[in-house]
Ligand binder design. Structure first.
Ligand code: ATP
Ligand code: ZN
Length: 291
């Protein structure tokens, strides 16, 4: 689609390559936004939304957003808190989930943060670790290293580390164990603090789409058959967006009931529906959910 030259475009920074890259592109796609040119370039245009995507190192994204080189960015909360730039965190994006944890040698015993007192902690997150130590009233030596933090205790560089963990297998392979979680992190949308009204309006459109995609992922559409004499009880178990849809079946004495269920109470409600006499329960994914 042709863009009018002076109409504003929202500039979005995402990770060029790495753990957040694919999920960032996927989220845009789910929002109906296609990135045309390849990711080998610094920048790509969306073909069907006034959006320009910049591909950057994740560590640089908060700075670029503070400086308004990009208007918004997708980046891990861990990076946002470490860099301490003047940006607003607008929305959690539901991917890139990990935790920032303290780990020590497997054979040592940790009961509380005072274990770290006087010890050397290797990390790429000195700001967050310092904040944690301060909160706990513990003084320790922080050694900032930029990669392969998990080998530091093995080579005698540190007594403990603080690093990102998802499964814990990297720690295990290096003879370490996780003893304390400092931060639960996921990708978030950050925003420059002085967006123009035009750009904020574009951001609102994008946010509306992101929220619809997130809601759809957290909900399922459910269809079931209910004997009419149990209908009230079954409907009582279903929340629905307004209220469940109830349609008569060809088979007299039975109705078809349609509703939307949240992932969190899903199994619980399914069990109760079965117990109440529901049959032929179908559960289907929802692609977008506009409420
Ligand atoms: P870049 O070259 O962009 O600086 P990087 O090596 O810093 O890349 P990645 O390892 O790709 O970054 O991680 C990017 C982000 O993905 C992390 O900052 C974090 O928010 C998130 N993440 C999710 N799970 C993990 C994990 N298990 N280990 C590390 N990061 C994770
Ligand atoms: Zn990085």
């Amino acid at each position: 689609m042709e863009q009018v030259t002076n109409s504003p475009k929202l500039k979005l920074a995402i990770q060029k390559s790495g753990r957040l890259h694919e999920d960032s592109i996927k989220l845009l796609k789910e929002c109906g936004i296609d990135i045309s040119n390849g990711v080998n370039k610094l920048k790509a245009d969306a073909s069907n939304f006034p959006l320009e995507v910049y591909f950057l190192r994740d560590d640089d994204i908060p700075q670029y957003v503070e400086d308004a080189v990009a208007d918004i960015g997708f980046v891990g909360e861990n990076v946002v808190y470490e860099k301490k730039k003047k940006v607003d965190v607008v929305e959690k994006l539901g991917f890139g989930k990990c935790r920032l944890s303290i780990a020590i040698r497997k054979n040592e015993t940790y009961s509380e943060a005072s274990f770290l007192s006087g010890k050397r902690i290797a990390t790429s997150y000195p700001v967050i670790v310092e904040h944690f130590l301060k909160e706990k009233g513990v003084s320790a030596e922080i050694h900032e290293i930029s990669g392969s933090v998990e080998i530091a205790p093995g080579i005698g560089l540190a007594d403990a580390i603080c690093d990102l963990v998802s499964s814990g297998s990297t720690l295990f392979m290096n003879g370490l164990k996780e003893v304390e979680t400092i931060l639960q992190s996921q990708a978030v949308l950050i925003r420059n603090q002085s967006l123009t009204a035009d750009k904020q309006q574009l951001l609102n459109r994008l946010l509306f789409r992101i929220q619809s995609v997130k809601k759809a992922k957290n909900n399922k559409y459910i269809l079931l058959n209910a004997p009419n004499d149990k209908l009230d009880q079954i409907i009582g178990l279903l929340p629905g967006m307004k209220s469940p849809t109830v349609l008569p079946l060809a088979d007299k004495g039975w109705s078809s009931v349609h509703s939307v269920l949240n992932e969190n109470d899903f199994w619980n409600i399914i069990e109760q529906l079965k117990a109440a006499g529901a049959q032929g329960i179908l559960v289907v994914p929802i692609e977008k959910m506009i409420v």
